[in-house]
Design a protein around this ligand. Structure first.
Ligand SMILES: Cc1ncc(COP(=O)(O)O)c(C=O)c1O
Length: 381
């Protein structure tokens, strides 16, 4: 495929940054669009002219919850609105008991550190984290076989590895967890927006993501999917007034739980971020996840093959295993490489031993070639 299944010129005209830069850093922060700028201005307008509009603001948060639910094929009642993936993970962690014969948390070295940290913090409460190792830049599925057993409370899996975009087969991991009576928690922050995600088809119990990266939103908001049938079993001790049946009941002496995943909400919702993230997700839904997936997979192949053709070393399994468009090129000083790219008008994202080039639907083949040519030049000098 050398032509995207959408009118890329029209879509590109809605991203002003493209006039002077080539953003290949969507694994870190995707660019502002005319839609997200207009949404931010709509909030400013409402704040500036109405002073406050709680009703309108809450309606916006609910619309954002619905947009996220649509992104993952869930019901809005199965989606909590939180402030970060760390918050989402903590909400789940604190709702689990570790004194009932199931105290093992299985997680892998491909977790974004924050998720690992939340699980480790539960060791004070009697949990034990059992790590599945990354091997050659990816987590082998078989490694879960020995790790998940009848003592496992939950299996935590990053859908895509933040380091190099390699994807885990979370449906297969969830099957293994279910077989042992354990729950599955998925961090989809590095995949959602470029890889179609269907929580029902995947069979996962919980899934979290923020919106900075391929969802093209802002910091300050994240979402937590919890499968409808297990919501009422879980009572997080990280909570607040928005987790109640009626947040506006104003009774400090009574703790009840929303029957929906809003029981995982906590304090005043991230209203401003909800305006922006709703607009971002609605745009992505309009373009369509399979069209975005098809084009970004094409760019991903061009990145890996183009890197190899230029003598660059790709971190991890490359095209030998499923991956997001994020492609990591090994380099001696990834921060210097990021600066070098910036000087040449390209935004990459340094991470540990590699620089990540992570295109989205609006990137072209020419963007990929320009990014790789620049990187090859930087690494030659
Ligand atoms: C896969 C993944 N999970 C989680 C995070 C961070 O989540 P938060 O800062 O919202 O807690 C990141 C951020 O880079 C990430 O890449």
């Amino acid at each position: 495929m050398s032509v995207p299944p959408f009118d890329i010129d029209v879509l590109r005209s809605r991203i002003p940054l493209l006039e002077h830069l080539v953003p290949l850093n969507n694994c870190s922060q995707a660019p502002l669009t005319t839609a997200t700028r207009a949404a931010a201005e709509r909030y400013m307008e409402s704040w500036g002219t109405r002073g406050m509009d709680w009703e309108g603001w809450m309606a916006e948060v609910e619309a954002c919850r619905r947009a996220f639910a649509a992104m993952i094929n869930a019901s809005p009642d199965e989606v909590g609105v939180v402030s970060s993936v760390s918050h989402a993970t903590s909400a789940i962690a604190t709702a689990l008991r570790f004194d009932n014969g199931r105290n093992v948390i299985v997680a892998s070295g491909a977790e974004f550190p924050t998720v690992g940290h939340v699980w480790l913090a539960q060791e004070k409460r009697g949990a034990r984290v059992r790590w599945v190792q990354v091997a050659d830049g990816a987590v082998p599925l078989e490694a879960y076989d020995g790790a998940i057993d009848e003592r496992t409370a939950i299996v935590s899996a990053a859908h895509a590895y933040y380091q190099n975009g390699s994807l885990q087969d979370v449906a297969a991991i969830a099957r293994r967890a279910r077989h042992q009576g354990a729950l599955t928690f998925v961090d989809a922050y590095q995949s959602l927006g470029v890889v179609p995600v269907d929580v029902k088809a995947m069979g996962v119990d919980m899934l979290a993501s923020g919106t900075l990266k391929y969802l093209m939103g802002t910091p300050g908001i994240a979402f937590l999917y919890v499968k409808g049938s297990i919501i009422e079993r879980l009572e997080p001790t990280i909570t607040g007034w928005f987790g109640r049946v009626n947040p506006f009941a104003f009774d400090a002496t009574h703790l009840d739980w929303s029957p929906h995943a809003s029981r995982f909400d906590a304090g005043t919702p991230p209203i401003f971020a909800a305006y922006v993230s709703r607009a971002a997700m609605e745009w992505l839904l309009e373009i369509g996840s399979s069209a975005i997936h098809a084009w970004t997979q094409h760019l991903s192949r061009r990145l890996v093959q183009g890197a190899e053709a230029r003598g660059l070393t790709v971190h991890g399994p490359g095209l030998a295993a499923p991956k997001t468009p994020s492609t990591a090129i090994v380099c001696p000083d990834s921060h210097a490489a990021e600066h070098g790219l910036r000087e040449r008008g390209i935004i990459g994202s340094a991470r540990g031993p590699a620089i990540r080039l992570a295109p989205h639907f609006y990137n072209t083949e020419a963007d990929i070639d320009r990014g790789l040519d620049a990187l090859a030049e930087i690494l030659r000098t």
